[in-house]
Design a protein around this ligand. Structure first.
Ligand SMILES: NC(=O)c1ccc[n+]([C@@H]2O[C@H](COP(=O)([O-])OP(=O)(O)OC[C@H]3O[C@@H](n4cnc5c(N)ncnc54)[C@H](OP(=O)(O)O)[C@@H]3O)[C@@H](O)[C@H]2O)c1
Length: 374
């Protein structure tokens, strides 16, 4: 099967390396490159050379960003070529449009690499929902923030020092906002919910990150027998669903609290399968390339993912609610009780209300931090 690669960076090179090391039926016949880097016969800087080539069955998109990735994916699908992408930002934004374009043109869309890197999470969710409704999912979906929390907990170092170390190791971008403010997890949560619940998931979900997490915060949670992890989560119940991204205080003896370095741990639950957990490398050239090659092998074998967003699930924020712990100097939320170390415990609010409360707190104390009690 001939494929074209868009984006010859970390993930794209992983795909080429795995295919070149021998996966049988796959051949990278075209690579889209910027003109100054076109140094092989199969490289082109003109997407028309790819989309108009009838011999190419599949386009692998690993460029990142919204445009031109979005336009290229739509054009490839409209030309009847299946698309395999690792680009969570573009899928979170245009999932339904891509699914419609694939269906209308007899092509398929594969997205395993968008969420959980090399972990077969999307395939796992699809398999669960063949028998069960996925009643809930949650996960450590971002390796950079897990590395930061894990290193802070182990070494007692402050956030900034560990972030610098993560940047030195290539785990964190020079601008780490997408990771530490929860945007990356937001995209993965939207994709996970869409697949798990068969719904074109809303973008308007409560999102908070770990930018303000301190060593003293982790010591406070440790004194309560807890650790903090940044989780993407979703719940489905009685024809409704809710999703959120938020730091969560998890039991120090839980599997989540034990996830080391930049690893990911994704969990879901169904009525007959019970709780399931998927653990592994959530990013990196070869693990993510592996997920894309798995998608290509499925395509070659005629195995096509089916997404169906026609159920019309309602969004009900009350499905995700609980108690929260908030630290903000000079800010006392109404109905909250002091919990020690400058923290207040706020009982029984939704994730949406919690995010609004955090906004209020941040306007008083820009260093405020809040975690859901898991
Ligand atoms: N890195 C990971 O571990 C990982 C894991 C899961 C998912 N992803 C996702 O996979 C995608 C790619 O990530 P990455 O880490 O591989 O990024 P990357 O290393 O920056 O690679 C992207 C490549 O695409 C090229 N590119 C961008 N726009 C292009 C255009 N218009 N024409 C031709 N080439 C173009 C870039 O070239 P220039 O550098 O010259 O601009 C670069 O070589 C992103 O959506 C990311 O979120 C990454």
């Amino acid at each position: 099967m001939k494929i074209a690669l868009l984006g010859h960076g970390t993930v794209g090179r992983g795909v080429v390396d795995i295919i070149d090391s021998g996966t049988g039926a796959l051949e990278v016949s075209r690579i889209l490159e910027l003109p100054q880097f076109c140094n092989e016969a199969r490289m082109t800087s003109n997407f028309d050379d790819i989309v108009e080539d009838d011999e190419i069955d599949a386009v692998v998109e690993a460029m990142g960003g919204l445009e031109p990735a979005h336009g290229y994916i739509v054009r490839a699908l409209e030309a009847g070529k299946s698309v395999v992408t690792s680009n969570k930002a573009v899928v979170a934004e245009f999932f339904e449009e891509f699914v419609d374009a694939a269906r209308a043109n007899g092509a398929s869309l594969f997205i395993e690499a968008t969420t959980g890197g090399g972990i077969p999470w999307i395939a796992g969710l699809m398999k669960v929902r063949r028998v069960d409704e996925v009643s809930s999912f949650s996960g450590i979906m971002n390796g950079t923030t897990n590395y930061i929390v894990d290193q802070m907990s182990r070494s007692g170092a402050e956030f900034g020092a560990v972030l610098e170390r993560a940047q030195g190791l290539g785990y964190a971008e020079r601008d780490p906002s997408a990771d530490i403010d929860g945007i990356d997890v937001k995209n993965k949560t939207i994709i996970s919910a869409s697949v798990a619940f068969d719904v074109a998931c809303t973008h308007d979900l409560p999102v908070s990150g770990i930018r303000n997490l301190t060593k003293a915060d982790l010591e406070f949670f440790a004194s309560r027998g807890q650790s903090v992890r940044l989780l993407g989560k979703g719940v489905q119940e009685l024809g409704s669903y809710a999703v959120a991204v938020e730091p969560t205080a998890v039991d120090a003896r839980s599997m989540e609290a034990a996830v080391p370095d930049n690893f990911n741990l994704l969990s879901c639950e169904g009525a007959t399968i019970g709780p399931l957990k998927f653990y592994g490398q959530g990013a990196g050239s070869l693990p993510t390339g592996n997920a894309m090659v798995q998608d290509l092998l499925d395509l070659a074998a005629g195995v096509r993912p089916i997404y169906d967003f026609s159920r019309g699930l309602a969004y009900d924020p009350t499905l995700l609610s609980g108690d929260y712990l908030i630290r903000a100097a000079g800010f006392e939320p109404s109905g909250a009780e002091p919990a020690g170390a400058g923290y207040h415990r706020v009982p029984d609010i939704t994730a949406e209300q919690a995010r609004s409360l955090l906004d209020e707190a941040l306007s008083v104390d820009p260093t405020a931090f809040m975690a859901a009690i898991g």
